[in-house]
Design a protein around this ligand. Structure first.
Ligand code: AMP
Length: 283
């Protein structure tokens, strides 16, 4: 595997692939890689001639300094894992390479309500930070396809919106959520949980499954309240939201009339660690 830390070196290499008309798959990550990331990487490898994985803990999407510094980093382990996976290229820039001092950070794009609801309510500016870094990475790498997990459903929705609105020449590929055996969605943040918290965390999945099992047979609002109550039975959870929404607008639905677009999204913090998850209710 070739590792690049400078944009110009990476682009020189990628130009030779573009000249040969090779398709390029791209998987952006923040590292601390787990089986969820690997599922995206393997899919990209299958569908493209070359796959680029990026590891960059993007400072501008973190609301607090302590969250940013506490985010798990394990470059050596990640790099070894990627080599074992037969990955082609790793792009692992430093912050100054992505955001040269003095360069203005902006993205002239209106997400409407998409970045204001759900995660956006308690993390103002988060999705703007995500969109800026993803746009930058797409401009640098110019991939044929870029792979994102449904685990971060709102992020996926916002990136698809950005790609459509700016007519970026890339296909966004949405990948299924990979879960631990007890149902907890895999996440780099799970590493920050204590053993006791880790055991409690699977209750989020249990409540999502309860919601799915009852979707369509109990009125939406009532089911949402019943599920919220179940979640609240674990006092260690701080619940930011638990909402049954339309997967296009991310706005609450009031009936089951359009089942194929109905999804439940939740965000819970446990010992100060924010965990998010979601589930399609009629798939
Ligand atoms: P992150 O490193 O958390 O920024 O995630 C990088 C990419 O991996 C994003 O597109 C995530 O949605 C995706 N991802 C993270 N966790 C999972 C998971 N459990 N299953 C599938 N994709 C995931």
């Amino acid at each position: 595997m070739n590792t690049y830390i400078f944009i110009s070196d990476l682009q020189k290499q990628l130009q030779s692939f573009a000249d040969a008309n090779w398709s390029i798959g791209f998987v952006p990550t923040m590292g601390a890689l787990h089986a969820g990331h690997l599922s995206l990487l393997r899919r990209s490898k299958k569908e493209n001639d070359i796959t680029v994985c990026s590891i960059f803990v993007n400072p501008i999407q973190f609301a607090s300094q302590s969250d940013l510094t506490g985010y798990p980093r394990m470059m050596e382990k990640d790099s070894k894992l990627l080599t074992e996976e037969g990955m082609d290229i790793l792009f692992a820039p430093e912050v100054d390479e992505m955001y040269p001092p003095g360069e203005e950070l902006q993205l002239d794009l209106d997400f409407g309500r998409l970045d204001k609801v759900l995660e956006g309510k308690s993390r103002p500016g988060h999705f703007k930070g995500v969109a800026i870094v993803v746009k930058k990475l797409l401009d640098i790498i110019k991939p044929t396809r870029a792979y994102f997990g449904k685990k971060d459903f709102q992020q996926l929705n916002i990136i698809q919106h950005m790609v459509d609105t700016l007519k970026l020449p890339v296909k966004v590929v949405a990948c299924e959520t990979v879960r631990e055996p007890d149902g907890l969605a895999m996440s780099s943040r799970n590493l920050q949980l204590t053993i006791g918290e880790r055991q409690l965390a699977s209750r989020i999945y249990d409540v999502l499954m309860f919601t799915k099992a009852n979707a369509g047979s109990i009125p939406v609002k009532k089911l949402q309240m019943m599920a919220q109550k179940r979640l609240a039975e674990t006092p260690e959870f701080r619940i930011y939201y638990f909402e049954i929404v339309d997967n296009r607008t991310l706005l609450p639905v009031s009936s089951w009339a359009d089942p194929k677009h109905i999804i439940v999204c939740t965000s819970v913090s446990l010992g100060g660690i924010r965990l998010i998850d979601n589930m399609e209710l009629f798939s």
